[in-house]
Design a protein around this ligand. Structure first.
Ligand SMILES: *[C@@H]1O[C@H](CO)[C@@H](O)[C@H](O)[C@H]1NC(C)=O
Ligand SMILES: *[C@@H]1O[C@H](CO)[C@@H](O)[C@H](O)[C@H]1NC(C)=O
Ligand SMILES: *[C@@H]1O[C@H](CO)[C@@H](O)[C@H](O)[C@H]1NC(C)=O
Length: 179
């Protein structure tokens, strides 16, 4: 920096404090990014795209008698070896729910069967036929996406909030330096 250093000890203290805050923020932002982007052993869950947001791993309901062979998502399916969440969302279009099952199936329906239960995320463990790094349900398990109406993932909002904070702290340092 070509400007003269802070003259008062108070502003120097403020600059040091803000530098510390900025350092902590950028380190925590980096570790958060590292956690999110580090590639685990298996495929990962897509958070969704556009209006479709991931809401959980849900049971298929055909295998239980009470289900009366009714699907968790009773609607038109598509199945092929190019299946990915993005393809399924495009196929389901405006339908409320889109669910991926068994790696290659895409189910669309306006409602989710009340018999279908939300399970642990890990219960959906089959990679997409058309995108190995991404989860597309499991055996009698649906990776379920819902049109929540927000069109923005919580992760994205967290990300922009922390970069906003880091930016504010950075601006604070510059201001304190000139005081
Ligand atoms: C959902 O899966 C769990 C765990 O396998 C099982 O206990 C439960 O009965 C299933 N529910 C339905 C509706 O299939
Ligand atoms: C996905 O990975 C498995 C195991 O590594 C492999 O057998 C399969 O061919 C891969 N599929 C695609 C579509 O890349
Ligand atoms: C799906 O989203 C709607 C809001 O658009 C909400 O009312 C409903 O509870 C959600 N259902 C699930 C299973 O996430």
């Amino acid at each position: 920096m070509s400007t003269s250093p802070p003259t008062t000890s108070l502003s120097r203290l403020a600059a040091v404090l803000l530098l510390l805050v900025n350092l902590i923020l950028s380190v925590s932002a980096q570790s958060a990014t590292a956690t999110a982007s580090s590639t685990p052993a298996g495929p990962t869950i897509s958070p969704g795209e556009g209006k479709y947001q991931y809401v959980g791993c849900y049971n298929e309901t055909t295998h239980i008698e009470a289900g009366g062979s009714v699907r968790a998502l009773q609607g038109k399916p598509e199945a092929n070896d190019e299946m990915t969440p993005a393809r399924c969302f495009a196929f389901c279009g405006g339908t409320q729910f889109a669910g991926l099952e068994y790696g290659r199936e895409c189910w669309c329906a306006p409602h989710l069967s009340s018999l279908s239960e939300k399970l642990e995320d890990g219960e959906c463990d089959i990679g997409c036929a058309g995108e190995n790094g991404t989860i597309c349900g499991g055996r009698l398990r649906l990776t379920l996406y819902n049109q929540t109406g927000t069109g923005n993932g919580a992760a994205g909002m967290r990300g922009s909030a922390s970069s906003l904070l880091a930016g504010a702290a950075g601006l604070g340092i510059v201001i304190a330096w000139f005081l």
